[in-house]
Design a protein around this ligand. Structure first.
Ligand code: ATP
Length: 244
């Protein structure tokens, strides 16, 4: 479904991703774990077209996304839920969600957008209760739900999630990860999940990759990675947000 080959990217003279290769099959949850600065956000920014790749390929279905603009990548079905949520704080929950449908809006009837809104509200009833509340006044967990909901309005086949656990209490981390697992189970959405909270991520993922200083140093099933001594030592010792 999504195949990344020898991807290289960075910022000016700073090279961050070095020959990164990975694949994500249909309806899989694949996680990328790694320490601060390993290049996880850079990877998602490059896939979603916010950062231009210096080399390599990003094959999605039959297209190479590498030189496409971000709006086209969303249009084709690959949506990013960015680190830190990046909501429109002075706008309501409903308005933020509708913006998620923007790139598809001209092609879709208003009725379809309404149906999609209701589907998001069914998944996150708390957003329905707060439909007219300003996004900036939501709690951290609610903001994360809204950021995921907004991405769902673009009807993605692949969802790229950047640190959904960031800044959340352990109970909320568990709730958000339950929602992510449900998205795949009930809607078949394919998920690439970038996380520092390795234990939470591996608990819902099928497979994972470990990124260190921009290189994939290990890959395997979630079960194998959880049992791996090096992974245990480096990433499962003390969790930033507690265990789910
Ligand atoms: P974290 O878990 O802390 O978010 P990460 O694995 O997502 O880390 P990145 O944000 O991808 O790491 O950063 C990788 C490297 O790129 C870091 O050394 C960072 O300082 C650098 N970097 C990130 N964004 C920029 C930028 N806009 N300009 C210059 N360097 C950047």
């Amino acid at each position: 479904m999504l195949r990344i080959k020898n991807l290289e990217a960075g910022y000016g003279p700073l090279k961050v991703l070095r020959k990164v290769s990975m694949h994500i099959g249909p309806s899989e949850i694949v996680t990328v774990i790694g320490a601060n600065g390993a290049g996880k956000t850079t990877l998602l920014k490059t896939i979603s077209g916010l950062l231009c790749a210096q080399a390599g390929e990003i094959i999605f279905g039959k297209r190479n996304l590498r030189l496409l603009p971000p709006e086209m990548i969303v249009f084709l079905g690959c949506s990013l839920v960015p680190e830190g949520r990046q909501l429109f704080a002075p706008m309501t929950v409903r308005e933020n969600l509708i913006l998620g449908a923007y790139v598809q809006y001209r092609r879709r009837r208003q009725e379809e957008v309404k149906e999609d809104l209701e589907r998001v509200f069914a998944l996150f009833p708390r957003l329905k209760e707060r439909e007219t509340q300003l996004a900036g006044t939501l709690s951290g967990g609610e903001q994360q739900m809204l950021a995921i909901g907004r991405a769902l309005l673009s009807r993605p086949a692949v969802l790229l999630l950047d640190e959904p656990s960031m800044g959340l209490a352990p109970r909320l981390v568990r709730e958000i990860f339950d929602h992510i697992a449900r998205l795949r189970r009930e809607r078949g959405v394919t998920i690439l999940l970038v996380e520092q909270n390795a234990r939470a991520a591996l608990s819902i993922a099928d497979r994972g990759y470990v990124l260190e200083t921009g290189r994939v140093v290990l890959e395997g099933t979630a079960e194998d990675l959880l049992a791996n001594r090096d992974v245990q030592r480096a990433y499962l010792g003390r969790e930033r947000n507690g265990t789910p």
